[in-house]
Design a protein around this ligand. Structure first.
Ligand code: PRX
Length: 651
């Protein structure tokens, strides 16, 4: 708690308040202040109202059935997510509206109108059917941010197949784990991807992952071509462009899905070494994500919506695909790095396409701060009317900088707290109604009943505790794929009727929520969730490692950086080569995003008498803090030794 106390201290000195501009409020979709109270009194009524924005093939019979921890929403309703995202817009005035504006790192761009997107999705749906994919089958997708990625997702949704996207920065091993757990029969990948002008050999990674797996067929999107050196395996691998050519050009009739049929699985980290397959279903998810576009993002017909996340994460699923497209928006998708070829790439994109809503992560804002405002000042950003952040707490300084330089002190900023499990934003301002305080995600959205409670479940009116959500909401996860027991224990183990997100929070005297970070062994590196156990398992898989303990220490840009404390097996010596090898092992097992920033070798790790590693103490050491209570340690001198080792490393 030392860390949190320090952080809290800084946060609570924050007393700036920004009131919505009356002109913004006047035009806002959500501008009736009574909405909070009405929704709190009757959440089901509120969600039923929102469900009218979704097209149902058959109306639902009942809004909610709640048998904790299992919720069912919109029971008996039939719908299709792809129909809602594409087809219904093809039939009206949005037919020729840009649905996706895609730009690649090398400057290529493509625009898909709703009609064009619809045709591509239909062809892809026929192609998947031709390959034997059926309703309920799992399709793994391992692609960079090319247009085929959203098209693949929507095609799966159209035929009722369950997609599971694996972020293209994950390693072969991580891909294999997800394929095995989901029992996918098809993999969609690419020959290679581009990153800062270099190739990323995705197909080679996929080949490694596939040996002996459940996957029967592989569809390969050709991005690089010959130069990728990708090898096609006869009888298993097929090129996307060849198969789609063969597919029928006829409209594909959308599969009628039950509201509770699974739309997708998305893996995320937890406290054990094994990632969890979060299960999202069709009806509730679509209602939730569509609502948040209209409420939090105040989406209007003429908006150009850009979310900088990768579709490999939930933010990309919800705010590049299902949310904005279901609402008929124009979405910008950028495949590339923010500093390629120059550090003004993002602002160039904003100016070029007239982006009006810009959604990004605090870690990127801190990177822009480091680079200085000159890259921004070169561009006309006057099209922007709303800014948003997600992924980790935003420090007030970064908020102010975003406000000043990107928002030109005019646009509202919505800090959105949510998770892979929640499906869409949960705690965030309504930009026309909620005064904002830099660093606070403000208040739960209408229909979301959040509380801060102590370990006995007692409400903490003004102070810190566990964040809980006390009433189900439509886009909540339904279970963990293949492991309902883990679902129950993880999220409902502490309080059987309330959802426990695993975050600590502070509520101030105005009822504002300040998220403090995780209460479990999950760390947040640049807005990406990484389980300490996953990194530890990767390290101990190396033949020279006896034991490892991993912690996240504060980092000015990434939020948290990974520090690993490692005990080598007898006969092994620490060296720069060993460090490089161990870091590489983590990259191979998980991906670059989990590479430890530093490795500290030690002969022992601080443990409690019951044998648990005291990560809190390791964090204190790594952050150079006065140590907290060490009386429960089996061997207190271990700490002094570790402190010395850590300081030596810094000299
Ligand atoms: O700790 C919270 C943090 O990110 C976690 C969820 O991570 P993930 O499932 O990968 O989803 C990230 C994007 C939705 C949360 O438990 N987090 C996310 N958004 C915020 C945040 N912490 C503080 N403020 C936020 N706005």
């Amino acid at each position: 708690m030392v860390n949190e106390a320090k952080q809290l201290d800084t946060l609570l000195k924050e007393n700036r308040v920004f009131h919505p501009d009356p002109a913004f409020t006047k035009q806002a979709n959500f501008n009736d202040p009574d909405i909070y109270e009405r929704a709190a009194k009757d959440p089901e009524g509120y969600w039923a109202e929102q469900a009218k924005h979704i097209t149902w093939f058959k109306p639902y019979d009942k809004v909610l059935e709640w048998n904790p921890p299992h919720a069912k929403w919109f029971l008996g309703g039939k719908l299709n997510a792809a129909y809602n995202c594409v087809d219904r817009h093809r039939q009206g005035p949005r037919k020729n509206k840009a649905a996706i504006i895609w730009e690649s790192e090398n400057g290529d761009s493509k625009v898909f109108t709703y009609e064009m997107l619809g045709r591509e999705v239909d062809k892809a749906a026929h192609m998947l059917k031709n390959l034997g994919v059926k309703k309920g089958d799992r399709v793994a997708v391992y692609l960079p941010m090319v247009p085929e990625l959203p098209i693949a997702l929507l095609a799966c949704a159209k035929i009722g197949a369950i997609h599971t996207v694996v972020f293209a920065g994950f390693s072969s091993k991580a891909l294999r784990d997800r394929i095995d757990d989901s029992d996918a029969k098809l993999l969609i990948t690419a020959d290679a991807g581009w990153r800062r002008g270099s190739q990323v050999p995705l197909k080679a990674y996929a080949d490694e992952a596939l040996e002996g797996s459940s996957v029967e067929k592989v569809l390969v999107v050709r991005i690089v071509g010959e130069a990728s050196g990708a090898k096609m395996v006869a009888g298993r691998d097929l090129y996307w462009h060849e198969e789609i050519e063969k597919a029928s050009k006829e409209p594909f009739p959308a599969e009628e899905m039950d509201a509770e049929d699974i739309l997708y699985l998305l893996y995320t980290s937890g406290t054990t070494g094994k990632p969890k397959g979060i299960v999202h279903t069709t009806g509730g998810y679509m209602v939730g994500v569509n609502t948040s576009l209209r409420s939090v993002f105040d989406l209007k017909e003429e908006d150009i919506f850009w979310c900088t996340a990768d579709i490999g994460w939930v933010t990309g699923h919800t705010y590049l695909v299902y949310g904005p497209l279901s609402a008929g928006a124009t979405v910008v998708i950028y495949e590339g790095a923010p500093d390629y070829p120059e550090r003004d790439r993002f602002w160039k994109i904003v100016e070029k396409y007239g982006v009006t809503i810009f959604y990004t992560a605090p870690t990127l804002i801190r990177t822009f701060m480091k680079w200085g405002p000159s890259y921004i000042e070169k561009h006309d950003l006057s099209s922007l009317r709303l800014l948003a952040t997600v992924g980790e707490p935003i420090n007030p300084e970064a908020w102010m900088w975003f406000h000043k330089y990107v928002g030109r002190e005019k646009t509202p900023i919505v800090d959105t707290w949510w998770q892979t499990e929640t499906g869409c934003a949960m705690i965030a301002p309504l930009p026309g109604l909620t005064p904002t305080k830099p660093g606070s995600a403000t208040k739960p959205l209408p229909g979301i009943l959040v509380d801060v409670v102590d370990d006995d479940g007692r409400t903490v009116e003004n102070g810190g505790g566990n964040l809980v959500i006390k009433h189900p909401w439509p886009s909540m996860l339904r279970t963990i794929w293949g492991d309902d027991e883990r679902f129950r224990n993880t999220y409902f183990g502490k309080f059987p009727e309330w959802y426990l997100p695993g975050d600590a929070a502070h509520r101030d005297e105005d009822g504002y929520i300040w998220i403090l970070g995780r209460i479990d062994d999950v760390i947040n590196v640049s807005g990406h969730r990484i389980g300490t156990m996953e990194v530890e398992s990767a390290l101990v898989s190396h033949p020279s490692v006896a034991e490892a303990a991993v912690i996240g220490r504060s980092d000015d840009v990434k939020g948290q950086a990974i520090t690993a404390f490692v005990i080598l097996k007898e006969g092994n010596e620490p060296s720069a080569a060993m460090t490089a090898e161990l870091k590489e092992t983590v990259v191979e097992q998980i991906g670059k995003l989990a590479r430890p920033e530093e490795i500290i070798y030690t002969a022992e790790l601080p443990k409690t008498r019951s044998g648990k590693i005291m990560r809190r103490l390791l964090r204190d050491i790594a952050e150079g803090r006065v140590l907290g209570d060490t009386t429960t340690l089996t061997d207190p001198p271990v700490i002094e030794e570790l402190k010395r080792l850590y300081q030596d490393k810094e000299d």
